[in-house]
Design a binder for this molecule. Structure first.
Ligand code: FMN
Length: 356
């Protein structure tokens, strides 16, 4: 059976191990352009031995950013700034992934340390868009998207994918989780459209599938394509695991290789169970039922826990977020604890024997 430190190959891309960096917003870009912070932060995680370093949610349009301080990849200047990060990450033999995103009705918010509330246009924010005129929590209601808006959004994802390719990213992850735009179309709680993008499950899945198809057309056949979904809204009458299984099958058919199985974020009244396995058990179910590769995420902190998820066939890889911030060298510490081998930067090799 594979374990946490066994290699994985998806299409032509090999990953040295299955301990991966989950996307994490840093609210530290300037005009959508990544800064020294991103190089140091993602660079440290690559030096720490992770098999894949995934960027934070990166806007495919200006109004698709979660906050004015989130990065984008809708301009050449932004793409150019990413290339420095990509080349450092790849120089560490880590795989470089980018999460492409549109925040929809949850866009134009402040950084968490500034309260996370709505940023009005007068303060550098913007009018948000969404499938329907339904607000998230206390944020303003979005402007419902027209058919043209939807078509332009599909094109924006494809253009961002082409730029990601030019910059040298190895993997694209499409963000369809956490109540952002693609998830807003999936969930009957945020999508009340009466056209071909709302109503039936087929219609609600249409936009995420169209985005996957458009991205797959420009993203080379030898490179992996992931989608992060929220497997459930944790709300009755919302998006749920059985719909996620159907979506995963359909995405697999159009060339999505791996589902990054997250949950929640769509409704402010969600009730998330307080169990360590709250999300990883759903990842296992999705992997069993949908027959494609699955990444597990959420409350993974311990090397033995992460290793067991792979060995027991519950996931093909694990994404770690907060634990990687606590310990950017977690993969190296985990490998030591599990008696496995992992990459060390040559500059650090004198520490790799773990002897004083
Ligand atoms: C600081 C921070 C920023 C995050 N930003 C993103 C993001 O940009 N995209 C995303 O899909 N998830 C984001 N997440 C969610 C994480 O990727 C992850 O799914 C979540 O934190 C659960 O994993 P954990 O228990 O290992 O932290 C963020 C989490 C944190 C802590």
């Amino acid at each position: 059976m594979p374990d946490l430190f066994s290699p994985l190959t998806i299409r032509a891309q090999s990953f040295a191990n299955r301990a991966w960096v989950s996307p994490m917003c840093m609210y530290s870009a300037e005009g959508g352009v990544v800064t020294d912070w991103h190089l140091v932060h993602l660079g440290a995680l690559a030096a720490g031995g992770a098999g894949l370093v995934m960027t934070e949610a990166t806007g495919v349009t200006p109004e698709g950013r979660i906050s004015p301080a989130c990065p984008g990849i809708w301009s050449d200047e932004q793409a150019q700034a990413w290339s420095r990060v990509v080349s450092f990450v790849r120089g560490q033999d880590a795989v470089a992934g980018i999460q492409l995103a549109h925040a929809g009705r949850k866009a134009s918010t402040a950084a968490p340390w500034d309260g996370g509330g709505y940023v009005a246009p007068a303060d550098g924010g913007w009018q948000t868009v969404g499938p329907s005129d339904i607000a998230f929590g206390t944020l303003p209601a979005p402007r419902p998207m027209s058919a043209d808006d939807i078509g332009e959004t599909v094109t924006a994802f494809a253009t961002a994918a082409r730029r990601s390719l030019d910059v040298g990213f190895d993997v694209i992850e499409l963000h369809a989780a956490h109540g952002y735009l693609l998830h807003q179309f999936l969930s009957p709680l945020s999508n009340l459209r009466e056209d071909e993008y709302g109503g039936s499950l087929d219609n609600r899945m249409r936009l995420p599938i169209e985005v996957a198809v458009a991205v797959r057309e420009v993203w080379p056949a030898d490179r992996p394509l992931f989608m992060r979904i929220s497997t459930t809204d944790w709300m009755s009458g919302g998006w749920d695991v059985s719909q996620s299984i159907e979506l995963a099958r359909r995405l697999h058919d159009v060339g999505v290789d791996l589902i990054d199985a997250s949950s929640g974020g769509l409704h402010h009244e969600q009730r998330i169970p307080d169990r360590v396995e709250y999300q990883t058990d759903i990842a296992a179910e999705l992997r069993r039922e949908a027959g494609l590769l699955v990444g597990a995420v959420g409350r993974i902190t311990d090397p033995h826990q992460a290793d067991a998820l792979i060995r027991d066939g519950k996931a093909d890889a694990v994404f770690l977020a907060r634990q990687m911030l606590r310990d950017p060298h977690w993969p190296q510490r985990a490998a030591h604890e599990l008696g496995a081998d992992v990459r060390w930067p040559r500059q650090y090799l004198r520490a790799a024997s773990w002897r004083s």
